[in-house]
Design a protein around this ligand. Structure first.
Ligand code: HEM
Length: 216
C-alpha cells in the first residue's frame, strides 16, 4: 500500500477529517439529506429512514460488543454514546416499518466484516458517531422544529451522557491520535472511512428514489 504525503505529516484525527472531506460534502449534498434538512420529508419517510438506521446501529453496537477487548477498537467504543435504545424509543413514536434495502444489507455486512481488524471498526465508529455528534445535532433540531416535536421522537440526536459534544469529540480525537498505528495502517483506516461514507451515500440514494412518496 502506498502511503500518502498527507498521512505522514498529520495526526490520525486530522488525516481522517481532511482525507474524507470530499466524501463528507457529497453525503451532505445528497438529495435525501437536503430534503430532510429542508423539512420536506414526511413522517413515513423519516420512519423508513430510521428503520434502516436501526439496522446499522444494531450491527455497529453488536460488533462493538465483540471487540471490547480489542486494543485498537476499545479506544473508541463507549456504551454511553450507543444509539440503539434511543432509536427504539424513537421508533415507538414514528412507527415501525419494514423495507427491503440492498444498500443497508451491504452496509451491515461491511460493519460485521470490520471485526477482523480493530482499525476497520474504528473507521465505522468514527464516521457515524462523530457525525451524529456534529451535523447530526443540527439535523435533530430541524426535525424537532419541523414536526413540532418538543423532544418526542428525536432521542437519536440527544446524547444524555455528552453535555458538551465539542469536549467529547476533542477527547475522542485524542484517543484516535494515541493509537499505535503505522502509516500504512492509518491509510487503511482512512480508506475504510471513505468506504463508510459511500455506504451511507448508497442508503441516501436509495431513499432518494422514494422522494415522491415521502414529499411533504
Ligand atoms: C446534511 C447533512 C450533514 C451536515 C449538515 C453535516 C455537518 C457537519 C458539520 C458542521 C461538521 C463539523 C462539526 C465540527 O467541526 O465539530 C460535521 C462533522 C462530521 N460529519 Fe457531518 N454533516 C452531515 C452529514 C454527515 C453524514 C451523512 C455523515 C456520515 C455518515 C457525517 C459525518 C461526519 C463526521 C465523521 C464528522 C466529524 C469530522 C471530524 O471532525 O473528524 N456527516 N458534519
Amino acid at each position: 500500500m502506498t502511503v500518502t504525503a498527507e498521512n505522514q505529516a498529520t495526526s490520525l484525527s486530522a488525516l481522517l477529517r481532511t482525507g474524507s472531506q470530499a466524501e463528507h460534502t457529497a453525503a451532505e449534498g445528497s438529495s435525501f439529506m437536503s430534503e430532510l434538512m429542508a423539512g420536506r420529508i414526511n413522517e413515513a419517510g423519516y420512519a423508513h429512514y430510521l428503520g434502516l438506521l436501526r439496522r446499522v446501529y444494531e450491527a455497529l453496537e453488536g460488533t462493538a460488543a465483540e471487540l471490547t477487548a480489542d486494543p485498537v477498537a476499545s479506544a473508541v467504543i463507549d456504551p454511553a454514546i450507543e444509539r440503539l435504545a434511543a432509536i427504539d424509543a424513537d421508533l415507538d413514536h414514528w412507527g415501525r416499518t419494514v423495507h427491503d434495502s440492498p444498500a443497508t444489507d451491504a452496509y451491515v455486512a461491511r460493519i460485521r466484516e470490520s471485526s477482523t481488524w480493530g482499525g476497520l471498526f474504528v473507521a465505522h465508529h468514527y464516521t457515524r458517531y462523530l457525525g451524529d455528534l456534529s451535523g447530526g445535532q443540527a439535523i435533530g433540531r430541524i426535525i424537532s422544529r419541523e414536526f413540532g416535536l418538543d423532544g418526542a421522537g428525536i432521542a437519536f440526536y440527544a446524547f444524555d451522557a455528552v453535555p458538551k459534544p465539542k469536549l467529547y469529540k476533542d477527547a475522542y480525537r485524542a484517543r484516535l491520535d494515541a493509537l499505535p498505528l503505522d502509516d500504512a495502517e492509518r491509510d487503511r483506516v482512512l480508506d475504510e472511512v471513505k468506504a463508510v461514507f459511500a455506504l451511507n451515500g448508497a442508503v441516501f440514494a436509495e431513499m432518494t428514489t422514494h422522494l415522491d412518496t415521502y414529499a411533504r
